[in-house]
Every structure is written in C-alpha cells, then in structure tokens.
Design a protein around this ligand. Structure first.
Ligand code: PHE
Length: 342
C-alpha cells in the first residue's frame, strides 16, 4: 500500500517534470514535491505518526524516494539548462564570414596638408607663425605697402570692400606691416591665411589661401632670398627642384621678382603642366621697399628685408597635378579621400 503510494508519487514527479519547459516551471513542480510544503516533505513530517517498529524502514524508504525524485529533477534541470544555453548561442551567433563594418576616419584637406608642410619647412629654417586679421583696413592692405589710393596696382587685386576704408584682405602682405610695427628686428615670420579677390575661373577662386614670409635683419639681400627659396622648394617638391628669378613689379618690394621652379612632373624637360617651358611660377617676392620699412618704423639705413607671398592652392595644384582650383572647394569626399590614403 505504502509502496504503491511512493511509486505513484515518483511517477507523477517524472511525468510533471517532463512537461516543464523552463527552469521556472520546473522549480514550481520541484516545490510541490520536495519544497517546504511539498508532498515528500509532508511524508517526512508524518514520521511521528508511524508506529515505532516500522518507523526506521519508513524513514529509509521516504529518504530513498526523496533521493530518486530529486535525481529526476536534477536530470531535468540539466536538460533545460543545456537547451537554454544552446538557444542563447544560436541567438548570439556571429557570422564570421560576413565582411566587417568599415570605420570611416577623417583626414586633412589637401590645402591643410600643404599648408602644414610649408609651415614645417619654414619652421625648420627658423620662421615663426603670425596670423593677421582677414578683414583689414585700406591702410594695412594698401597704403602701408606703398600702394596709395588710385594706384593702378590696386586693379590687380580687385577687392571686396565692406566700406570705403575696410575690406576683405586681398593678400597676406598686411601681415608684414603688422609684424614690423610690433616686433624689433631680427624678424623671421610666416603669415598664413585666407585672402579674397573678385576672381573666379579654373585657376582663380574668390577666396584662397596665401602664406606671407618676411625676414628683416642687418644686411639681408636678394641672394639670401634665393638661398632661402632654393632650400624651401627642395623641402616641398623634390630634392632636385631648382628655382629661377624673373624681374617683376610689386609696389612693396624693390627689386621684385617672380619665382619659378623646375616642373615637378617633367623635371624641366617640358610637358603639359609647365606648358612646355620646363618651369612653373610659384610665388612673388622681393627685397622689402625702404619706404615700407620706414612707414612701419624700421630704420632702413640699418636694416633690410625680404618678403615673399605664395598661394597655397597654387602649390597644391602643382604638387598633386590638379587642373581646376574649384575641385579644392567642392567637398567631394571621393576627391578628398585620395590625399589621405593610409
Ligand atoms: N602680395 C603679393 C600678391 O598677393 C605677393 C608678394 C608678397 C609679393 C610679398 C612680393 C612680396 O600677389
């Protein structure tokens, strides 16, 4: 009779637990049998009502039953855990054959790459950087550079005026004046920045970038300018690049020169880039006009100066073989990416 009852109980525990589809439901079933108020726990509690002589065997049997039923639960629990783990693995599975997601990294604009290279080259020659204002007065942009009102040289830089006296600077040369007014020689500075002119075609943009260079010291001459620029072009282009000076005119330098370099594509032989001349113009320069030194408060008997002004766009276009300046301002990622290949 008791044996049958135990067998039934074991059978039910097996049947019910086999239906459990999660650890939670198994725990509920477990509680029904071996929990605090479970059936088997009740059997153990009922031991006190069993006649003394059969108590020992009763206790043994209930304990055996409890062990067997517990074993059923343990087995089921392991099964459920294994299944849950498998389900989780399936859900979290990663297809390692899929191509990875590319992480896009930004890069410097070609104009900034070249600007940094130019500044680096001149820094290695002892130059410091000074940035002047983009909106400046007629005095700094023209008069202090020996370009009086109505001077024809103003036409070369047809300009954006804010009023009669204030304008978007057409070149970085006002940086020369501002430096000389504030610094005593020896002076060796670079003044980079944006400049503005009413120009717009494949090689001119209404906004572009220049770097002005200025050296003021005792006894500097055109020879020093030649030596300085020879060194500079080797750092920016190739080791074998040569320079050539052609006479030119700027009101703020005397004498003035235009500086050409041997074409970086054909190395002087002649090609489409240099229009078959073997040479490419890269900048304007000269010995600072004594009048400009004097107007900025520098004794022109004691000191002399060198100045040069280069267009960053122009150097960039020559260096990378870019034929239309506008591509530098269109923000086309396909174009810009080429300069930042790692
Ligand atoms: N400011 C001149 C220009 O923009 C360049 C230049 C600078 C020439 C310094 C001589 C000396 O064309």
């Amino acid at each position: 009779m008791q044996e049958q009852q135990f067998e039934d109980l074991k059978k039910r525990a097996g049947e019910e637990s086999s239906k459990a589809d999660s650890l939670n439901s198994l725990n509920e079933i477990k509680a029904k049998f071996v929990g605090k108020n479970g059936e088997i726990t009740a059997l153990l509690k009922g031991m006190k009502d069993i006649p003394f002589e059969s108590r020992a065997s009763y206790g043994k049997n209930v304990n055996a039953l409890k062990e067997e039923v517990s074993a059923i639960f343990v087995k089921k629990e392991q099964e459920l855990k294994a299944r849950e783990r498998e389900d989780r693995f399936k859900k979290e599975a990663v297809d390692i054959t899929l191509p990875g997601k590319r992480f896009e990294v930004g890069g410097l604009h070609p104009l900034n790459i070249v600007r940094n290279k130019i500044i680096e080259a001149f820094s290695s020659l002892g130059f410091e950087v000074f940035e002047g204002p983009e909106i400046d007065s007629d005095y700094y942009c023209f008069q202090a550079l020996n370009i009086p009102k109505d001077h024809p040289a103003r036409d070369m830089q047809d300009t954006f005026y804010i009023n009669d006296n204030i304008l978007l600077r057409p070149h970085t040369s006002p940086g020369q004046v501002r430096t000389m007014e504030n610094k005593k020689p020896p002076i060796k500075i670079l003044s980079p920045g944006r400049v503005y002119r009413a120009d717009d075609d494949a090689s001119h943009s209404p906004m572009f970038h220049q770097i002005e260079g200025l050296v003021v010291d005792k006894g500097v001459s055109l020879c020093d300018l030649k030596g300085l620029l020879d060194e500079f072009v080797k750092l920016i282009f190739d080791e074998d690049t040569k320079t050539r000076f052609r006479p030119s005119y700027f009101p703020f330098t005397e004498p003035s020169v235009e500086v050409d370099v041997t074409c970086c594509k054909c190395h002087g032989k002649g090609c489409g880039l240099c229009k078959n001349t073997g040479w490419i113009e890269i900048l304007g320069a000269g010995v600072v006009n004594k009048k400009v030194l004097e107007m900025s408060g520098i004794d022109s008997e004691k000191y002399s100066g060198l100045a040069f002004g280069l267009g960053i766009e122009r150097i960039t276009m020559i260096k990378y073989g870019i034929s239309d300046i506008r591509t530098l301002f269109e923000s086309n990622v396909k174009f810009l990416e080429q300069f930042n290949r790692r």
